[in-house]
Structure formats: C-alpha cells, structure tokens
Ligand binder design. Structure first.
Ligand SMILES: C[S@@+](CC[C@H](N)C(=O)[O-])C[C@H]1O[C@@H](n2cnc3c(N)ncnc32)[C@H](O)[C@@H]1O
Length: 336
C-alpha cells in the first residue's frame, strides 16, 4: 500500500503541479483514477491528510534522482562534494555548485533538467544576498534562458526576477502562519515588501481591510505592482522608497506590522512604533544564534521604552536556518 491523496479530477492539474514543485509527489508510481477521483502517491514529507492505496499495478520505470543523473559525469570524489539540494521557483531550479565543480556546471544543470519535467531552467547562485536590496547574482546553466519565475503559493500567483529581487519560496509556510492570525478589518503594514508576497498572500487569504507595502528596490516594487494586478487584489497599496521616509507620509495607522528584513529590521522599530495602533501585533524578523534569541527581545525592549510603549512578547518562531544553530526567527509581539 502506498500513501496517496484523493483529488477531484477537476483539480488534478494544479494539485500535480504543486506536488511536483514541493517535491512531494512519489514518482515511483503513476497516479490512478477511480470513480471520478484521482489518487496521487506522495512522499514522506507530505504533511496533509492521506489514504493508503494499492498502486502495485502502476509502478513506473525508475526515475533517476539528481545524484543518479550525475553519476555518468562526475567522479566518485566529485559526487561526494556535489550539492543535490536545490530550490525551485516555478519552472526555475536554483542550485549551488562548489568552486571545484564549476568546470562541469553546465552538465550538472543538464542532469537536473533530465530528472524533473517541471524544471525548464537551471540557474546557479553566484553570490550571497547582497546590498540594500538583498539580491543574489544568478548564472544561467541550462534549459530555457530566463530569470523570471512565476510560481504559486497560498492561493496566489507570484512573478519575479530571481536575480533582481529578493524572494524566498521557503518562506511560504511562514506567510501562511501570519495570514492565519489576521482578523477581519485589520489594517496591515508590510515594510520591506519586495515583490509583494506578504501583501498578496494576506490580501488573498484574509479579511484584512487594507494592506500597505513599502519597498526600496524599484524592480521589486514593479513586480509587486504586477503581482497585485495579476491576483486581482483591491485592498493593497504599494509604495516604492525607504520605509524611513515613506511610512511617515502615509496617513494609515496599523493593527499589524510585518518587518521581514532579518539583518537590520530592528533598526526600523522607531519608524514602526509611531504608526502602530494600541494592540498592534508586530512581526519582527532577525537572524540569531539559538542561545541569543533574548538579544532580539532586548532590542524590542530598548525601542519600546524609547517610544514610551508597553509591549508583550507573544511568541518567538524559528522560520528558517541560516547556518548551524543560527536561525531566522520571527518575534511576534503586541504593543499597547
Ligand atoms: C529580505 S527581503 C524581503 C522581501 C519580501 N518581503 C519577501 O519576503 O520576499 C528585504 C527587502 O527589503 C528591502 N529594503 C531594504 N531596506 C529597505 C528600506 N530601508 N526601505 C524599504 N525597503 C527596504 C530590500 O530591497 C528587500 O527587497
């Protein structure tokens, strides 16, 4: 018996695409149709509700894993150091290639293309997240030559250039976590809004009244406007500029403020607090070693005291890992 999910036939295409994107479809078996339903076999990492299905009749000829597809082109020593984990944004896969293997990087890109029909382009990370815009250089390796990805998350379609704009598909669960907290009628400020994933996800999935996003990177802002339009969202207002200059000029005050700039977000608490309504929830992101989460709280304490605001820490959530024992955390706190 194989772990599977039952899906209405009309939803088959988009469910299959989502499972492939999240690498949650078990490619060892073909899906089967029964009584107007289709059953997709899923991997262990799938966390939703599943049912057990007998799929013995639909075992596929074996699909090569990325590592297996690399065996013909890399030596055993090279196979030891190659990185087989990768991110997928829509049809674009983004891989890391160690310096020692860069002479073979085109072949590595081709090998990845051959393992997943949804991957049409392979790019290689060519830098860390740099500069004020937190963007990352990308080198084209294989497939269709593009750096513009269109991908789906949390009922939204989001388009962005993976090199010109910061974007992390890994934060989709975190966006869902915030979206689940939003109450009807809230006014929300998303500082550092990038290509507007938070504004779009919140507008699409909640009954928030109004959502303001502010982004300093003009290209990020342009993709944000495109995403708001594509998702037909009426209650999102995006501004291009530095939050320090722009936020004080907007007449709204907020019930929730999201601050997703993990390197330096706390330095903008003096901009956030004056526009936070009584009872406003602030989501402040930061990178902290697991033994130093209290440093984030100390920053909040410092800025709230300076602004003469009381605060209550609600939760500290790990929402990503930067390096061993150092996490991307979100501190959720309420200001009065
Ligand atoms: C880590 S990214 C997050 C982007 C987006 N919220 C997301 O989750 O994909 C931080 C963003 O903040 C923007 N940024 C940095 N400093 C800023 C500032 N002073 N005012 C407005 N945006 C800023 C960067 O250009 C970048 O797009």
């Amino acid at each position: 018996m194989v772990r599977s999910i039952e899906v209405d036939l009309k939803d088959a295409q988009h469910v299959k695409k989502e499972l492939l994107e999240k690498q949650e479809i078990n490619l060892e078996y073909r899906p089967i149709k029964e009584n107007g339903k289709i059953y997709f076999p899923v991997t262990e990492s799938y966390s939703g509700e599943t049912t057990e299905k007998d799929l013995q009749e639909s075992i596929r000829p074996k699909v090569l894993s990325f590592k297996e597809a690399l065996e013909p082109i890399l030596t055993p020593q090279e196979l030891e150091i190659v990185k087989t984990a990768y991110d997928v944004a829509g049809n674009i896969a983004i891989i890391e290639v160690p310096l020692e293997l860069q002479s073979k990087e085109k072949g590595i890109g081709e090998a990845l293309l051959s393992t997943n029909p949804l991957i049409k382009t392979v790019l290689r990370k060519d830098s860390g997240h740099d500069g004020v815009f937190r963007t990352q250089d990308m080198k084209y390796l294989a497939g269709e030559e593009t750096k513009v990805a269109t991908y789906k998350e949390n009922n939204c379609t989001l388009t962005f250039n993976v090199e010109e704009v910061y974007f992390s598909v890994r934060l989709s669960t975190e966006r869902k976590r915030i979206s689940d907290q939003v109450q009807e009628g809230e006014n929300i400020l998303v500082m550092f809004s990038g290509a507007a994933p938070y504004p779009c996800v919140l507008a699409k999935n909640t009954l928030a009244e109004h959502i303001v996003g502010v982004e300093i990177n003009p290209q990020g802002h342009e993709f944000g406007l495109l995403n708001v339009k594509k998702n037909k969202l009426q209650n999102v207002e995006l501004h291009c500029g530095d939050v320090r200059e722009v936020v004080p000029t907007i007449s709204w005050t907020y019930d929730r403020i999201i601050m997703p700039l993990p390197k330096t977000a706390e330095e903008f608490l003096d901009v956030a607090l004056p526009v936070a309504n009584k009872g406003c929830t602030i989501h402040l992101y930061g990178f902290y070693h697991e033994e130093e989460f209290d440093k984030a709280v100390a920053e909040i304490d410092k800025y709230c005291k300076a602004a003469n605001r009381n605060y209550e820490i609600k939760e500290i959530v790990k929402c990503g890992q930067q390096s061993p024992r150092t996490y991307r955390i979100c501190v959720d706190f309420v200001v009065n």
